[in-house]
Structures are given as structure tokens and as C-alpha cells.
Design a protein around this ligand. Structure first.
Ligand code: GRG
Length: 311
């Protein structure tokens, strides 16, 4: 069932994801060797190498190939976005934020290493991400690293997408919105998701397209694709919360139904939320319709995967 016919030929999406995720895992492992001071490096490695679907780095690799770039060129930016994703999860799990003890089924970084080291491991991953992206020595060779103007543009994009107008903005507005008496409006919910989730997916795709040498028009199409799938990711997450809760009443239901968190099904109802998800999936596919279908197959299947996943 993983193989599907797209553009007249078979595409093995599962095989594609597994191979790319394995390449990313090897590159991440090599990017953070254990060095002095060991504890902070161990804490970075613990969170970075402890699982995760690697959706962001795979998006980066796929976008690079789609615009005609060579995949090894996109491996450093792919690692950079995963480092940032990981640092955002480490900080999000801290007691001063979401206060979570478990992440990807394992104890969170601060539970294992203590809060001060978890903060530092997050900070160090943020710095390493930019170093890894910008340093030509992260790339395979002199004739296989992006030219400096592309790297400069990629650094600026990444900083914009994760800063106080991007990921941080989403987290800040989310924190401001918790525990309010009135439910969060649809506009605010969309703002939170576009910043907290879609921004880093946007950076992932846009960085891949930039280092791969995409035209401005291609970069902007891919940016819009990423924003659609980012929002889609959250709408589907909200729908799954409801449908799973009602299937497993008594197990997970308590938390999700009792929570005062605004969700699309709460604000729109389940049917309209499903329609919205369908619309976002169509809009995402429209953005990549102008590309060669064989080359667009990974991004098309990634969008389907986000829309039709069961967890
Ligand atoms: C980026 C400077 C900087 C600071 C971080 C704490 C914070 C500011 C932001 C929190 C952002 C956050 C927790 C967003 C949620 C993103 C999300 C959708 C996570 C789940 O992603 P998956 O399903 O996870 O891809 P895996 O485990 O597969 O990697």
C-alpha cells in the first residue's frame, strides 16, 4: 500500500522516507561528536538522536531535488532544521513551558540531564544549526557546496522563520492564550499554528529550494506549499484528538476533551474541520502542480501522508 502510482509511475513513499531519514540520522550523528564538556554534548545527542519522524529534513532534501539541485547539497540545511526542531522541543518540554516528562516515549532532556543542562543543550543546538548550515566544511566538497550568496540567503530565511516573527511568535501567542476565560478565536488559532508549526516546515522547504538553486518563483511556490501542509498538520492533529478520544473513551479521552485548549473541531465542528483539511491538501498540491510530476512525487506524498496519517 505504500507504493502508489503518481505521474504514471510507481513511487515507494515508505522506502523513500526510510532511506532519507537514515541518511539524515547518520549526518546528525556525525555533526555532534561527543567532546569536552561531555555532559552538554551528551544531552544534545540524547534529544537529537532519540527518534522522530524527520519530516522537516526530508522536506528539505525533497525541495532541493525538486528544483534540480543535488541532494547532498541539502543535507547540512536538512540537519540544521532538525537541530532547531529538537531544540524547540527541549525548551517546550521544560517546567517553565509545557512541563512534559516524556517525549517520543522517552524521558525528556531535563528529566535526564537537569534543567540547566537542558537549556544549554537547546542553546547549543540552535548555534550549531547555523554553524552547520553556513560553514562550507559541512558540505561534501569544494565543488559541492552552495555558493556564499545562497548560504547567506538561507541563513537569513532560517533566522526569520524561527525568531520573534516565526516559531517564537507562535509559542509566545500560544502561551498568552492558555488559561483565558474565552476560547481562542479561529484567527488566533491559525496564527499560532502558522507560526509554531508551519514556520519551520516553511524554512525546511525554502532552504532546500535555495541551496538547490531554485528560482524566486519556485521558492515562493514551495513556501506556500509548506504553509498549507503546516496548517494541515495541526488541523489533522486536532481531528485525530477527537476521533481517537471517542474510539478510546476512557484512555486518552479525559485529557483532550476536558482540556480548555482551542481546536479546529471545537471552533468549526468535525465536518467543517475535515473540509478545511481537504482544502489545505488541495491548495498544497496546487502549488507543486507546475513541477515535473516525477520530481514532485515526494512532496505530493508527504502532503498525503500528513493529511491521512492515523496518529
Ligand atoms: C526556535 C529559538 C527557538 C525557540 C523555541 C519552545 C519554542 C521556542 C517553541 C515550541 C515550538 C513547538 C513545540 C512546536 C510544536 C511543533 C510540532 C508540530 C511538533 C511535533 O512534530 P513532529 O510530529 O515530531 O514532526 P517528531 O517527534 O516526529 O519529530
Amino acid at each position: 500500500a505504500a507504493a502508489a502510482v503518481e505521474g504514471g509511475r510507481e513511487f515507494d513513499f515508505k522506502g523513500y522516507m526510510v532511506a532519507r531519514a537514515a541518511a539524515v540520522n547518520r549526518a546528525l550523528d556525525a555533526a555532534v561528536p561527543v567532546a569536552y564538556p561531555e555532559r552538554v554534548h551528551e544531552a544534545m545527542r540524547y534529544s537529537l538522536l532519540g527518534g522522530g519522524k524527520r519530516v522537516r529534513p526530508v522536506l528539505c532534501l525533497a525541495a532541493c531535488e525538486l528544483v534540480g539541485g543535488r541532494e547532498p547539497l541539502a543535507l547540512p540545511p536538512a540537519c540544521a532544521v532538525e537541530m532547531i526542531h529538537t531544540m524547540s522541543l527541549i525548551h517546550d518540554d521544560l517546567p517553565c513551558m509545557d512541563d512534559d516528562d516524556l517525549r517520543r516515549g522517552q524521558p525528556t532532556c531535563h528529566v535526564v540531564y537537569g534543567e540547566p543542562l537542558a537549556v544549554l543543550a537547546g542553546d547549543a543546538l540552535l548555534a550549531l544549526a547555523f554553524r552547520h548550515l553556513a560553514d562550507p566544511s559541512s558540505y561534501p566538497s569544494d565543488d559541492l557546496h552552495p555558493p556564499a550568496p545562497r548560504l547567506l540567503r538561507a541563513v537569513a530565511e532560517l533566522a526569520r522563520c524561527i525568531g520573534a516573527e516565526g516559531l517564537v511568535a507562535g509559542q509566545a501567542v500560544d502561551l498568552e492564550s492558555t488559561g483565558l476565560a474565552d476560547p481562542v478565536s479561529l484567527d488566533r488559532l491559525e496564527y499560532i499554528h502558522l507560526h509554531k508549526t508551519a514556520s519551520l516546515l516553511e524554512a525546511s522547504v525554502v532552504l532546500g529550494a535555495i541551496v538547490g538553486g531554485g528560482s524566486d518563483d519556485q521558492v515562493e511556490r514551495l513556501r506556500r506549499y509548506a504553509r498549507c501542509i503546516g496548517l494541515l498538520f495541526q488541523v489533522v492533529d486536532d481531528i485525530l484528538d477527537v476521533t481517537k478520544s471517542s474510539q478510546e473513551l476512557g484512555k486518552t479521552a479525559g485529557k483532550d476533551l476536558a482540556s480548555d485548549k482551542s481546536t479546529y473541531p471545537k471552533l468549526l465542528g468535525l465536518d467543517k474541520s475535515r473540509q478545511f483539511a481537504e482544502q489545505l491538501l488541495c491548495d498544497a498540491k496546487d502549488q507543486i502542480a507546475a513541477f515535473d510530476p516525477a520530481k514532485a512525487a515526494p512532496l505530493l506524498h508527504l502532503a498525503n501522508y500528513i493529511a491521512y496519517r492515523q496518529k
